[in-house]
Ligand binder design. Structure first.
Ligand code: MN
Ligand code: MN
Length: 461
């Protein structure tokens, strides 16, 4: 071999995904990304993502799972965990004793939740108080149009579905200070410039006729009563989420990127779901797709990845084949599909370029996440990373390695550790994102599509 051949053989050649993608895949990528944008517009909350996921799954012949159901190879089932977490499975040809192939992503995203007593009037303006959910940079959530999505549960057991601000409806907003009077505020740090208790959403200004106090608040309540039949007390048993009022859109003159709210982690959630729905033959091992809630606040609660709902679902599947669930889990593989931080030339100093993921370089493989010395990571084994390299290469998946920023620059976690704790071999991988957790996040279409192909490779192997 000459020196050039040696170099190509021995050194890692990082190449842009567009230089590696077969020409024939372009149309499939565009079609996939168009369907992803539609999914995002239909799913702005975890509940909506579950609803849309079920709709898509039923279109492909999935049936609601009930305990004790007889299952045979090729059967497609889903379990709706309280409307906020979705578990799906395609039963494979092999016994569950040989393990399952899991793709686990989350469908909750950072946002502003309404407090239990949200509505108030101040200086003849009506506001809703919020308590933010997940790791947001508060200054990013002011002066952008917002929508309100969620449910109000009533004492009689019924629930009212709420969407305010969609389409041509009036939007909501949080105000910020004008620069003319912002001298003191401007001296504060970004973290302190807008405080949590300032994230109050403006919802009205026109008073109702009469002599009462708080006539603007009353006018807002009257509208809500007329539209939803609710009274002020009903806010106490509501889950109302303020999310950015913008639909997913192509970004760049070349339309190579997608800008949207909630890529983290619906971009991986949709890939995991769509790949499962698109399985064209019965897989060898059983394929399992998990779309979990509550990842942004620690995967806690009855619908988060730590929930026993997952274990129960797996036990039920295993019971149908008389396989102990522990025997199944120890042979299973889980791709913890969550976004990673893409290298951002605008903020290069927080990245370590040699180990960073880049837009258009494919799905990012993360051996570990965590912070302060990998704390909170599951730190997948070398063997597991080798396995992922192999199945991705064999299936034409363009991938890259990814580490979230410089050592000690910060860090993050995923559902990986909760899966690994269950004795499941687990590896993190996902789409690189610019401006993660912002109201408007950016991903590259090529990476979205390669993540879909990566999920498909997991299910088929
Ligand atoms: Mn995430
Ligand atoms: Mn996140």
């Amino acid at each position: 071999m000459d020196a050039k051949e040696w170099k190509e053989k021995l050194l890692t050649q990082k190449k842009n995904g567009y230089d590696r993608m077969p020409a024939g895949e372009r149309e499939a990528m565009d079609a996939y990304c168009a369907s992803y944008k539609t999914y995002l517009d239909a799913g702005k909350t975890e509940r909506e993502c579950v609803r849309e996921g079920i709709r898509l799954a039923e279109e492909k012949g999935f049936k609601a799972y009930t305990r004790g159901m007889e299952l045979k190879a090729g059967d497609k089932v889903y379990l709706d965990n309280r409307g906020k977490m979705l578990l799906l499975a395609v039963i494979g040809q092999k016994s569950l004793a040989e393990g399952v192939q899991i793709a686990a992503a989350h469908i909750d995203s950072p946002r502003l939740d309404l407090k239990p007593a949200p509505l108030y009037e101040e200086s003849e303006l009506a506001y809703l108080k919020t308590h933010y959910y997940g790791g947001i940079r508060k200054y990013q959530w002011v002066t952008i149009p917002l929508e309100l999505h969620g449910v109000i549960a009533l004492k009689d057991g019924s629930a009212v579905s709420v969407t305010i601000g969609e389409g041509s409806e009036p939007k909501l907003v949080i105000s910020d200070l004008l620069p003319h009077l912002g001298a003191e505020q401007s001296k504060k740090t970004l973290a302190e410039g807008i405080e949590g208790e300032q994230l109050n959403i403006l919802v009205g200004s026109e008073p109702i006729e009469g002599e009462e106090k708080e006539r603007v608040k009353l006018a807002v309540m009257k509208r809500l009563y007329e539209k939803y039949g609710i009274t002020e007390e009903d806010f106490i048993s509501a889950e109302l989420e303020a999310v950015p009022a913008a639909n997913a859109t192509d970004i760049g003159l070349d339309a190579s990127l997608i800008g949207a709210y909630g890529h983290d982690d619906r971009v991986c959630g949709y890939a995991a779901l769509k790949a499962l729905l698109d399985l064209d033959e019965v897989p060898g091992k059983t394929s399992v797709c998990i779309l979990a809630d509550k990842e942004e606040i620690g995967s806690v609660g009855v619908s988060g990845m730590q929930t026993a709902a997952f274990d129960t679902f797996m036990e039920d599947l295993c019971d149908s084949q008389n396989v102990p669930v522990r025997a199944c889990l120890e042979k299973s593989f889980c791709l913890s599909a969550d976004v990673t931080a893409a290298f951002d030339p605008n903020f290069a100093s927080v990245f370590e370029k040699r180990n960073s993921s880049f837009l258009n370089y494919g799905i990012g493989l993360c051996k570990y996440t965590g912070s302060r010395g990998k704390s909170g990571a599951s730190d997948a084994s070398a063997e597991l990373v080798a396995y992922a390299r192999r199945i991705f290469d064999e299936n034409g998946v363009i991938w890259q390695m990814a580490e979230l920023g410089k050592v000690d620059a910060g860090g993050g976690g995923t559902v990986a550790c909760y899966m690994a704790n269950r004795n499941i071999n687990t590896l993190d991988a996902g789409v690189p994102v610019l401006a993660m957790h912002a109201p408007f996040e950016i991903v590259a279409k090529l990476d979205c599509y390669m993540t879909y192909k990566g999920m498909m490779a997991v299910y088929k192997n």
